[in-house]
Design a protein around this ligand. Structure first.
Ligand SMILES: [Mg+2]
Length: 210
């Protein structure tokens, strides 16, 4: 029985095709390039290699490259106005309102980002909690602690909490805890994903009564 739904934010509560992700990835890579003083392609290579060991670029830079100014990193990758081009889906809010269980958000982004996005989408009031990266001590998904901290506050177990995210690693990490996880794979990029996978957010209702 599902008692709570825990949503990822980016590319989950708005579509991947919004262009937000491309712009974010460009800013992250640019930060890595400047921070490590590397040419762009070398920065891309070391980042790809580094994040295979960590959940996020931030954690990789903190734990392996000596980054300490977390606020500066966040300000660079999540500048004011980042949400300006995000389109509003008029069906999103009614869909979320119809869901029969309470909802929360677990994001690997900082609060200033989640606040902007939720305000733009006009859905902030529909979630009981927004667990952001700072709240989680800058320890993000897929670390078990990131999930458990949120679940403890919600008073819900992994088996009673449906988690939906567009990152296969994060969904796998949650399922490894005994959680009910679903991959949102809008573009059918992960056909071999061995666990539940949907192409549209609205398909998640099929998992609520299982
Ligand atoms: Mg996401």
């Amino acid at each position: 029985m599902i008692r709570y739904i825990l949503f990822d934010l980016d590319n989950t509560l708005y579509p991947l095709r919004s262009g937000m992700e491309d712009a974010l990835q460009r800013r992250i890579l640019d930060y890595v390039r400047r921070f490590l003083e590397l040419p762009l392609e070398e920065a891309r290579r070391v980042r790809n290699e580094g994040i295979s060991r960590h959940g996020t670029t931030l954690e990789w830079l903190m734990h392996e490259k000596g980054l300490t100014d977390i606020d500066r990193y966040y300000a660079a990758v999540h500048p004011e106005g980042e949400e300006n081009d995000l389109a509003i889906d008029p069906d999103l809010r009614p869909f979320l309102e119809r869901l029969p269980v309470p909802k929360a958000i677990l994001t690997n982004s900082p609060k200033e980002h989640s606040d902007r996005i939720l305000k733009k989408l006009a859905i902030a009031d529909l979630f009981t909690h927004v667990f952001d990266m700072r709240w989680n001590g800058n320890q993000g998904k897929p670390l078990p602690a990131a999930f458990y901290r949120a679940l403890e506050v919600l008073g819900s177990s992994p088996a009673e909490t449906l988690f939906i995210d567009d990152y296969p690693r994060y969904v796998k990490g949650y399922i490894a805890l005994g959680g009910r996880g679903i991959l949102l794979d809008e573009q059918d990029a992960n056909p071999d994903f061995p666990y539940p996978r949907i192409r549209d957010l609205r398909e998640l209702t099929a998992f609520l009564d299982r």
